[in-house]
Design a protein around this ligand. Structure first.
Ligand code: PRX
Length: 578
């Protein structure tokens, strides 16, 4: 287990916000972090105010807050401009009856309007629900229905995927890029975003809330059931701010780039909240992954802090050293990764090609913010997720809740509470409670071990959740879609190890009588999932089987499918049906 533990990449930057890790850890107090917020003095709470308006009121209104760039647009917004646009959208929402706690969803590709919508909704006191643009009809409907969303912001193209007739609670839809006539042609309750925002007032736009009032609802997958709505509150800003300071190591003049979409928690906690709470310039790059476009953005905007994911780094590695060599990447000061295990070879490659350490960070949608990290002031052991954030106690527990000694694999758990911890699973208190089945601890569902030096090492998921390119995919959701296809009698879905994506989705399918197991049918079934759910949920591999292994109670035994796939022993089969 400890074959990798010996390698150590020392810290090179002496001037970091955290300073010495052990010293920071021992003197740490969340109360001191709270002192940094204006609500601490005034009692007026709203995350969007702290992230945007406060900087304007403290004289930083002319500073660039957002640089947005894609193939068609390149725009910059100061803090004052973001303050004004988000205030206007907040007032639009209020005019349409949105009050504290209402769910306002955003379903569109990255654009300045997306960020303005999110900030505006938070200012209005709404709970924001961000959806990936890749979601198709079923995925969109499930989330809007479960959350009882009353408002949606979307684009003309994506509006086609919203089954309005099945969503009675959805009262108002704002369409970005639609004229008044186009919106009107869509029927009652559809409004042109730009026109509404331009004609709204920017005054008195903030709904003051309590720290425990709702902020954001991120849907994520588990191994059973539909996606769950992970509910976060304004109090999370304490952790967003602090981790932005000591993990992202943000400083006043930084140009920060987080590559994640807000449909994913990284794209909100660290693509919106952490940088702006720290008053830093945030670069948002629209469009798809492209090594040239990415490197060129770093060069052009002189990105200093860069937060991305292992799959992206592996793809950049695949593009080769020459691709990186064409650009001046010397502005980079600090590089970070999240979402999947960061392979040691990627860390070594980063060191050789970018001349920078890549700092792995571990956390989850449910944790709301980073918990176990590599800090710029600390030596990195490539392959390790690092050490707990100051203020956080993490441990490896056995199934009874005993803390295990170093180098023993078990449940990765975190002592409760911490500021950005989820507060519930929407409509599903029982699911929420499952995370806290060991009193005093949040049980992550990941397995890991801790070495003698206190570094944590990720080992895998304990459940069947699939992690493909950092996207968390619930096998159940994919299986449910598969069996809706007329040819599919039964389906079992697993993650199959993949060198670039971490895992890919592989489906085992038993066909109904009368269907021929052809390559064409495989392609058709995969397309069916892609068009019904989303591209990232579609199986890249399908294998036909006459029958799938099931328990006597009828549950597909994914672990047996996995064992077949990987040529491993199938383990205990005592519960399998004949
Ligand atoms: O299995 C862990 C993996 O991603 C899961 C959380 O996924 P999600 O909620 O989508 O959030 C990702 C962004 C915070 C975890 O349970 N994971 C996340 N970070 C790492 C990781 N696995 C290994 N190393 C990491 N650094």
């Amino acid at each position: 287990m400890n074959s990798m533990q010996g390698e150590l990449i020392p810290a090179t930057d002496a001037n970091t916000n955290l300073g010495d890790y052990e010293t920071a850890r021992h003197s740490f107090q969340w109360e001191e972090v709270e002192q940094q917020f204006s609500w601490h003095r005034t009692g007026f709470i709203n995350l969007a105010y702290e992230a945007i308006d406060r900087h304007v009121e403290e004289g930083r209104g002319d500073k660039t807050a957002l640089i947005y760039c894609d193939a068609e647009r390149e725009e910059t917004y100061t803090f004052a401009e973001l303050q004004s646009w988000s205030a206007r959208f907040s007032n639009v929402l209020r005019k349409h009856g949105v009050t504290k706690g209402d769910r306002v969803f955003v379903f569109m590709p990255r654009s300045p309007e997306l960020y303005i919508s999110i900030l505006g909704a938070i200012k209005a006191g709404a709970v924001v629900g961000p959806l990936f643009e890749a979601f198709m009809e079923t995925a969109v409907k499930d989330r809007l229905e479960d959350s009882g969303a009353s408002v949606l912001v979307t684009t003309p193209a994506l509006l086609k995927r919203v089954k309005r007739e099945e969503l009675p609670e959805l009262r108002a839809i704002f369409v970005v890029g639609a004229t008044a006539e186009e919106a009107e042609a869509e029927g009652a309750g559809v409004y042109p975003f730009e026109q509404e925002v331009v004609s709204a007032s920017a005054d008195n736009a903030i709904e003051w809330v309590e720290l425990e009032d709702g902020l954001i609802l991120h849907y994520t997958s588990g191994s059973t059931g539909k996606p769950k709505g992970v509910y976060h509150v304004h109090n999370a800003m304490i952790q967003h701010y602090y981790t932005g300071k000591v993990v992202l190591d943000l400083k006043e003049d930084d140009i920060y780039w987080c590559t994640a979409d807000p449909g994913w928690v990284t794209g909100t906690s660290y693509g919106i909240f952490a940088p702006w709470l720290n008053g830093v310039c945030n670069l948002i790059l629209g469009g798809r992954f492209d090594p040239g476009a990415w490197y060129s953005a770093i060069e052009k905007y002189k990105v200093t802090v860069w937060y991305s994911a292992p799959t992206a780094f592996r793809m950049l590695m695949g593009a080769g050293e020459e691709a990186a060599g064409k650009y001046d990447l010397s502005s980079l000061r600090h590089v970070l990764s999240v979402g999947e295990p960061l392979n040691p070879e990627v860390v070594r490659w980063g060191l050789a090609v970018y001349k920078r350490r890549i700092h792995d960070t571990w956390w989850m949608t449910e944790t709301g913010g980073q918990l176990i990290c590599n800090y710029p002031s600390m030596a990195i052991k490539p392959g390790s997720m690092g050490k707990p954030l100051p203020g956080i106690e993490a441990a490896i527990l056995d199934d009874q809740g005993n803390v295990l000694p170093p180098n023993r694999m078990g449940n990765l758990a975190v002592r409760t509470p911490w500021p950005s911890m989820m507060r519930t699973i929407w409509n599903n208190e029982m699911k929420y409670e499952e995370y806290f089945r060991i009193p005093g601890w949040y049980v992550s569902g990941d397995s890991a071990y801790q070495d003698e030096d206190g570094y944590f090492w990720f080992q895998g998921r304990i459940d069947d959740v699939i992690n493909s390119s950092g996207e968390r995919i619930g096998p159940f959701e994919v299986e449910s879609k598969l069996v809706e296809h007329p040819a599919v009698a039964e389906a079992g879905v697993i993650g199959k190890p993949d060198a670039v994506r971490g895992e890919i989705i592989k489906a085992f399918v038993a066909l109904r009588d009368g269907y021929e197991p052809t390559e064409q049918l495989k392609a058709e079934i995969s397309r069916f999932v892609k068009e019904g759910l989303s591209a990232h949920a579609a199986p890249r591999e399908i294998e036909f089987k006459d029958k799938l292994p099931k328990t006597r109670s009828g549950k597909i035994m994914r672990r047996v499918l996995k064992a077949w796939e990987l040529d491993l022993p199938t383990g205990d089969l005592s519960t399998i049906e004949d």
